[in-house]
Design a protein around this ligand. Structure first.
Ligand SMILES: NC(=O)c1ccc[n+]([C@@H]2O[C@H](COP(=O)([O-])OP(=O)(O)OC[C@H]3O[C@@H](n4cnc5c(N)ncnc54)[C@H](OP(=O)(O)O)[C@@H]3O)[C@@H](O)[C@H]2O)c1
Length: 309
């Protein structure tokens, strides 16, 4: 398992991460089995958010109740959560950040978060308030590292006018079929080609230039929560054919190759899985460090319908 380092942590974070957004209705035993499958596969990083589940902190609570981490287990894993999305609006106020982190810690039954991300950009953000909240949380030992999610380079730079703590990660939607962040740069400056439109103000290059880890959410979804491309022969026959061929070559499953398409990128990305299926967790973890060749990587990209001009 390849790992990523965060500046304030001694612990290395696995580049395949288990997301817990879909566990609200799972029984305790299934959550424990899912967690164990991840640990067995070398995954040590777990992604949460206050809003996952039918009510606030529901999935965090289910995880805390079911897994009941021992002190030694807690010290060996990276727990990440997010704050900032509320019912119909976004809220990066100091008061909301502080209160939400306390609620997350209680729900997860832990004393600290390894990473806290600001979930979606709040246009009413006051960077000084975020900075004050982050400083207070860090000083109190409640949060070790901080980052963002779904942010553009300009929004990150705005936060940095006041936030002195390093912003270590940006979690964004990314799969072979949904990758404007990568595809626009490949087709830079092509008039008349939609793929050429820069939808995030150069986020990929910015992240590499500033050493910010990109975390890919929905790595198997075709688009925005509209089903997986793996096995979708109606819409992605060519992509599935290439996935199958490379899966055979590297002795993994197509799921492993879909993960490898992201982890192979030299930007040192992490892949945040949403599966609740222990078998798929293991298949995904197998994609952590598959050395896809350049030709294979671009072949998958083209097979997903993108243009290499
Ligand atoms: N920062 C953000 O704004 C943001 C937004 C969304 C999500 N996230 C994070 O990212 C994580 C992953 O997101 P996601 O759940 O949308 O990603 P995903 O892993 O692409 O999708 C997971 C869903 O696809 C199904 N699935 C996966 N592989 C499949 C296959 N081969 N065949 C059939 N079904 C398959 C899973 O079903 P099974 O359970 O049956 O495998 C599950 O319902 C979340 O848990 C959360 O932690 C972050």
């Amino acid at each position: 398992m390849k790992t990523i380092s965060f500046p304030e942590s001694e612990l290395q974070s696995s580049n395949v991460v288990l997301g817990l957004m879909r566990i609200a209705t799972l029984p305790d035993d299934d959550i424990r089995t899912l967690y164990a499958a991840a640990r067995d596969a070398g995954i040590n990083t777990f992604d949460h958010a206050d809003i996952y589940g039918p009510e606030r902190h529901a999935c965090e609570k289910r995880f805390g109740e079911a897994v009941k981490l021992s002190a030694a287990d807690r010290a060996s894993i990276v727990i990440q959560s997010k704050v900032g999305i509320r019912q119909g609006f976004f809220d990066f106020s100091k008061e909301h950040i502080l209160r939400t982190v306390d609620e997350s810690l209680a729900a997860l039954r832990t004393d600290y978060l390894d990473v806290l991300l600001l979930h979606r950009p709040d246009t009413l953000v006051e960077p000084e308030e975020v900075a004050a909240a982050f400083d207070e949380l860090h000083t109190a030992g409640k949060v070790v590292n901080f980052g963002v999610s779904n942010h553009t380079p300009g929004q990150i730079e705005l936060l940095k006018t006041a936030v002195n703590r390093p912003l270590v990660a940006n979690q964004v939607q990314l799969s072979i079929t949904h990758c404007p962040m990568i595809a626009s740069g490949i087709a830079a400056n092509m008039g008349g080609l939609d793929q050429s439109v820069d939808r995030d103000n150069g986020l990929l290059d910015y992240s590499r230039l500033h050493g910010m880890t990109l975390q890919a959410w929905s790595p198997f979804q075709k688009g925005f929560f509209d089903g997986v491309f793996i096995g979708d022969l109606d819409n992605y026959a060519e992509l599935n054919s290439v996935l199958d061929e490379l899966a055979a070559k590297y002795e993994v499953t197509p799921t492993g190759i879909a993960v490898a398409w992201i982890t192979r990128h030299p930007a040192h990305m992490q892949v945040v899985l949403g599966t609740t299926n222990p078998g798929r967790v293991a298949e995904s973890a197998a994609g952590s460090d598959i050395p896809l060749t350049r030709e294979e990587w671009y072949r998958l990209f083209r097979a997903a319908g993108h243009v290499v001009p």
